[in-house]
Design a protein around this ligand. Sequence first.
Ligand SMILES: Nc1ncnc2c1ncn2[C@@H]1O[C@H](COP(=O)(O)OP(=O)(O)OP(=O)(O)O)[C@@H](O)[C@H]1O
Ligand SMILES: [Mg+2]
Length: 617
Amino acid sequence: MVTTRATAEDRPDRADRSDRSAVRTLLRLWPYVRPVRVRLFTAAAVAIVASCLALVIPLVLKWMVDGPVADRDPAGVWLGALYLLLLGIGEALLFGLRRWLVARPLAGVEASMRADLYRHLQRLPVAFHDRWASGQLLSRGTTDLMLLRMFLAFPLTFLLVNGVTILVGVVIMLLQDWTLGLVILIPAVPVMVTCVIFEKRYASVARRAQDQVGDLTTVVEESVLGIRIIKGFGRHRTQARAFRELSRTLRGTELHKARLLATIWGVIVTLPELAIGAALVLGAVQVADGELSAGTLVAFLSTALALRWPVDSIGFLLAMSQEAATATERYFEVMDQTPEPEAPQRGAGLGQFAAPPRGATSHEQPAPDNDGIRFHNVRFRYPDAPEDSPPTLDNIDLHIRPGESMALVGPTGSGKTTLTALIPRLHEVTSGHITLDGHDISAMDRKSLRDLVAVAFEEPTLFSASVADNVLMGAGEGAGEPELERALGVAQAAFAHDLPHGTETQVGEQGLSLSGGQRQRLALARAVVGRPRFLVLDDPLSALDVHTEAAVEAALREVLAETTALIVAHRPSTVLLADRVALLSGGRIAAVGTHHELLRTNAEYAHLMAGTEEADR
Ligand SMILES: Nc1ncnc2c1ncn2[C@@H]1O[C@H](COP(=O)(O)OP(=O)(O)OP(=O)(O)O)[C@@H](O)[C@H]1O
Ligand SMILES: [Mg+2]
């Protein structure tokens, strides 16, 4: 699975736009930050005051050195010490207050962004989920959002706070002695140039690292879900090797990041340090010459030292901001995808007549209220299929009469699952249209469409919930015990009562594991529980033994009598449930008729059925 992964360039879940501006990207967070802006700004103001308090300390020192110390006045020295203590306590209290101010609102911001992402993922079309690796989505919802919260809590505030502190400190130093001040300022230019170069490089490496975390997550997820296959085929070594390779790549990228960080750190720390050393020598000479008071030199140097942390920290604050910009970009890459619209696309909802579809029956005569399912010249191509490939489905004209059950038969890969997915609009037709009782499904809102149509897929999926909850998902509000019992009866799923806690037993990934046939029967119960007007079953009985299959078929017959159904079938026994059969071959409907007619008149059909009949025995 890992070896066939597409290369970075053609992946939809990654983009490397090196020309993007970090600031512009980060500004997109504003709607989420807006509700907590007052607290955030207050916290920043508090931090600025706290930081500037630290800059008062050198001034007190100057006063002490030139005053009480020079005059040998112990009481004055004690007073100075008291001032220093109070300043220290004040600074600590203010920083504590800042922390308290931001912690809760920022956890709220992270939570609401995560909730938005989840809601959006639920509304994105199936085509999106087909294209995006799940690990990429997972890592965006976890690691990236955590990075964003950390950014809002720390770098965002401190880039501002440290910027102001450095500015104030430099002004203080220039006021003390402008020649020394200028000496200190010399490294500013090379430091800034380094920062700019660094920022660009770091941005692209950070993006790569975060995408690789997504890939790693995908591998972990796949191997957990596919653990049986991996073990069964003895592939754990290959899988472990694939994992090791990915994590080695990630390690390489992280080391690259560390190297970049080390370089900038080196520049940012060394240059100012050299400047301070130069200022010290120059200042000492001036003091010796009597041009400068000792107190001023002390104040000057302690101001310079107090600015060391704000200056040093700029390197990693910028790095964290870059990572946050990347995280924002990755977050909005998902959020910018267009979800399925919830409102009707064109005009009418259900219960009114849709805008007359092109060349449709409703054009010449009013659509009958009871018309069943109609495919009108439907063509479908998967959105990610190559342009020049033939469409998966083409020229599909099919009418399933009201109350009728139609079986859909075809060789594997002929497009049966694809065709069934078009009815609940899991995929949108490329051209042509589908009507239910004369209403174009593209004009219905999805909610009412999906209330009308119930589906059971080849892969029966159960969620981490009780049996009852899993089945009743298929019913409207207010459905309860009687509906559940009836559905379990139809699906021959009475085994549910014998589970440890009956129908309240937890199943799904966090609960009891059921057999394939048991899961299939619960999925079938879910499809029939809401007494849907239209029922779409994709090979619903494939995992059942012959006796259970016969029992399910007997019960299904009653359900089918009340609905209009399309059933994908492989075996003659399932086909016989249906009134008529449609043969799908090469993406087209090759023949429609009863089972016996087709057996007699269609060689391909006879061949398909003959093969399976033998297999059935
Ligand atoms: N999400 C997808 N994106 C692109 N192509 C797809 C996608 N899903 C299926 N296909 C392709 O569409 C074709 C029809 O697939 P489909 O699943 O509809 O076949 P099927 O008739 O249901 O087969 P089976 O009997 O094995 O279930 C296949 O060639 C398949 O490779
Ligand atoms: Mg299929």
